[in-house]
Design a protein around this ligand. Structure first.
Ligand code: FE
Length: 433
């Protein structure tokens, strides 16, 4: 059972990364920022933390309004620094703990949080400002992260109560991860009070921030009663991102020990650093085991159904490159190169010789067994002039004619559009190039 050692809170203002990158350690105007993070670093080092469950909000960098989600969990093993307009910061990529992330993802879904999942997205200052302060003279912090991106920049957003409830499930999720040695800290970022848009830009409220920190420690339930609009009134519209700190607090024991708390408001944001130590005992092994069963309940046995290969997060992670390569067939320039410049394109996507052979030789069932999604295969089929029923037949080990005999009406079709659709309609089966 992995162990939650405590919770960390820290602002993620770009000021912090800027201070680090421009070496302001000894400048009195900036020194308090470094002093606050030094306290966090000390605790992390003393407590031998292995993993940060890192709660942040992206600032319309890697998560745009074409698909904006409430709770997006990172399930990858590497996250590069994002380019936020002026080039990426010179910080190393963050390592992801993919196995723990998958376990937490399954647990939260089992508890009816409708999560979204991401891989390979770049992290912006929401993550990197505090993360870059976790390194020391020996280099970057050596641990790994499980990032949770909370969409708080497009209304409607989740509310404080929802965040707190998610934290409660997160505790059970982490404590049921079968690794007795893993030591986890829940790291919430954002805030405190600030507003960066409109005539109210520059608003901050230190009195409220102090009250927020007091309630977070002693009476978090009270905070969950507040509406997002109240957080915005008290702490600024963008400052309302602090509702995500309730995920951290919800994941900790009822009573916590405050190790460190500091605020500093030099400019437009009240910068905070905070450490709570968890005072809960070891989880009940019986309850933990029954929670594990609860996590697995919905899909237990699905992978035992003959001829069935559920597309799990594990497969998605393992086969990301080839799925990405085939998915991009939806882009005209990519599909042109797929047809005319296959090897160079496959080199760019680092496809293995085996993966290339599977694609070239249309080994549909082998690709499915390996972890390729059917729904990228039908895109490839549409491009090369193969109908869907030909893929079904091939996967079943039948000829098209044999397969069509098993249908009420022996029709052929594809996801192709326009001329490609007509070509499949009129082509002789199996004539696709
Ligand atoms: Fe923010």
């Amino acid at each position: 059972m992995a162990r939650i050692v405590g919770g960390i809170g820290a602002s993620h203002s770009p000021t912090i990364g800027f201070a680090k990158d421009t070496n302001k350690q000894n400048d009195p105007a900036w020194a308090p920022i470094f002093a606050g993070f030094a306290e966090i670093r000390k605790w992390v080092h003393e407590k031998k933390i292995d993993v940060f469950f890192l709660i942040y909000n992206d600032h319309v960098t890697s998560f745009f309004f074409d698909h904006y989600s409430a709770f997006a969990l990172g399930v990858g093993d590497i996250y590069p620094p994002a380019d936020e307009g002026g080039g990426p910061r010179k910080v190393p990529p963050a390592k992801g703990h993919a196995a723990l992330a998958r376990h937490i993802g399954a647990a939260l879904m089992a508890d009816e949080f409708d999560m979204s999942f991401f891989q390979r997205k770049a992290l912006d200052h929401g993550c990197l400002s505090p993360m870059s302060m976790m390194g020391d003279e020996n280099g970057p912090w050596p641990g790994s992260i499980v990032p949770l991106q909370v969409g708080v920049l497009q209304v409607p957003t989740p509310n404080a109560r929802r965040c707190y409830k998610l934290g409660k499930s997160l505790r059970k999720a982490i404590e049921s991860f079968p690794d007795d040695n893993l030591r986890v800290a829940i790291f919430a970022t954002g805030g405190l009070s600030h507003q960066v848009h409109g005539e109210r830009a520059g608003f901050l409220n230190e009195e409220w921030d102090n009250e927020f920190l007091r309630l977070l420690e002693t009476d978090p339930e009270k905070l969950t009663e507040k509406r997002v609009a109240e957080f915005a009134t008290l702490g600024g519209m963008e400052g309302s991102e602090v509702i995500t700190w309730l995920i951290m607090r919800g994941a900790l024991s009822g009573k916590v020990k405050k190790i460190h708390s500091q605020t500093y408001a030099p400019s437009v944001t009240n910068l905070a650093t905070l450490v709570f130590e968890d005072t809960g005992g070891d989880p009940d092994p019986v309850a933990t085991e029954s929670y594990r069963e609860h996590i697995g309940r919905e899909f237990a046995g699905a992978d035992q159904i003959k001829g069935t290969y559920p597309f799990t997060l594990e497969r998605s992670f393992k086969c990301y490159r080839i799925n990405d390569f085939l998915h991009r067939i939806v882009e005209p320039a990519h599909r042109k190169r797929f047809l005319e410049d296959f090897d160079a394109l496959a080199d760019e996507y680092q496809l293995t010789a085996e993966e290339r052979a599977m694609i070239r030789e249309r080994k549909w069932i082998e690709m499915i067994r390996m972890g390729v999604s059917f729904f990228v295969l039908e895109k490839m089929a549409a491009l090369i002039g193969v109908s869907n029923p030909e893929i079904y037949a091939s996967m079943r080990g039948e000829t098209l004619e044999q397969f069509l005999k098993t249908r009420k009406v022996p029709i052929r079709y594809s996801v192709a559009g326009g001329d490609k659709a007509s070509a499949i309609d009129t082509a002789k089966p199996g004539s696709g190039k």
